[in-house]
Design a protein around this ligand. Structure first.
Ligand SMILES: Cc1cc2nc3c(=O)[nH]c(=O)nc-3n(C[C@H](O)[C@H](O)[C@H](O)COP(=O)(O)OP(=O)(O)OC[C@H]3O[C@@H](n4cnc5c(N)ncnc54)[C@H](O)[C@@H]3O)c2cc1C
Ligand code: FES
Length: 255
């Protein structure tokens, strides 16, 4: 597991580009350790992130590391859903962010003889990109709500796409594509809770191992606040230190 250096690092934004409904934010992290696939970072803009009148939010936000380039540039894939992501999606090259990370536990390699199959929903594509880089481009199945969001699939070349409205790829749920890929698979999934629960239930039914990258609200990102707890078969765990990737067999359901 890659451990975060103590404290937060002030890093330079080197790029931001729109990919369909998403933004890819690139940040130079020359002195940071290489993250494991599935780990995340807490990000905040260095300026315009609270403290002044009418400014919010104050807390950093959690984002999966989507890619690490050979020059130690980190890519994050953002979906603008609120004030934090709105601010981060407005950053321009030359501005700075505060970053704490890499944090959490990422994906584990597939079991012996198992074929990795990546399953993503929406911005859940992010941790699958870096994992696909590590695994050398395994089968990837991605679900989006429509064609505009499905442009995000260009970030994971070779992926098969499903859309809710049929405007790109398979018309239906990504789990319908997964059903045909289960034999001998080890499934790695990230996406909205209903999708993850469908993946968990399908894999449990067919006795297929699965690792799920979950989300919960995170205030600190390193185990101090207990704001991120999720229930497992063995009790509550802090998702920021015990996850965000959990073994599907450890969960009764994804709520
Ligand atoms: C480990 C981890 C990795 C993540 N990776 C990414 C990523 O790669 N790209 C990305 O765009 N987002 C990612 N997220 C989600 C991101 O952290 C939240 O969407 C963030 O809180 C948004 O901040 P905001 O200020 O824009 O919106 P907020 O004001 O925090 O929230 C806006 C809306 O999103 C809902 N929301 C907020 N946080 C979550 C959450 N964690 N789960 C479900 N709903 C939530 C709120 O209820 C509200 O409706 C990740 C979260 C975690 C825990
Ligand atoms: S986010 Fe604070 S304990 Fe997990």
């Amino acid at each position: 597991m890659s451990l975060a250096p103590f404290g937060r690092r002030r890093l330079r934004v080197t790029g931001r580009r729109a990919v369909g409904a998403y933004d890819v934010l690139s940040v130079a992290d020359p002195d940071g350790p290489a993250p494991d696939a599935g780990q995340f970072a807490m990000l905040a803009a260095a300026d315009g992130w609270g403290g002044l009148e009418d400014e919010r939010p104050f807390l950093p936000r959690a984002f999966s590391v989507a890619r690490r380039h050979p020059d130690a540039t980190l890519d994050f894939v953002l979906e603008d859903v609120g004030p934090g992501t709105e601010r981060l999606c407005a950053l321009a090259p030359g501005e700075d962010v505060w970053l704490v990370g890499p944090l959490g536990r990422g994906f584990a390699p597939p079991g012996e003889g198992r074929r990795p199959v990546l399953v993503g929903g929406g911005v859940g594509i992010a941790p699958l990109m870096i994992w696909s880089d590590v695994l050398g481009g395994p089968t990837a199945l991605l679900g989006f709500r429509d064609a505009a969001h499905a442009e995000g699939a260009t970030l994971l070349p070779g992926a098969r796409v499903a859309t809710d409205d049929g405007s790109a790829g398979h018309h239906g749920l990504v789990t319908e594509l997964l059903s045909a890929e289960l034999a001998g698979a080890e499934v790695y999934a990230c996406g909205p809770p209903p999708m993850l629960e469908a993946v968990r239930a399908l894999c449990a039914e067919h006795d297929v191992p699965a690792q799920l990258a979950l989300e919960s609200g995170m205030a600190c990102g390193f185990g101090a606040c207990f704001g991120c707890v999720v229930p497992t078969c063995d009790g509550y765990v802090r998702l920021c230190v015990d996850g965000p990737v959990l073994d599907a067999a450890a969960l009764e359901e994804v709520a």
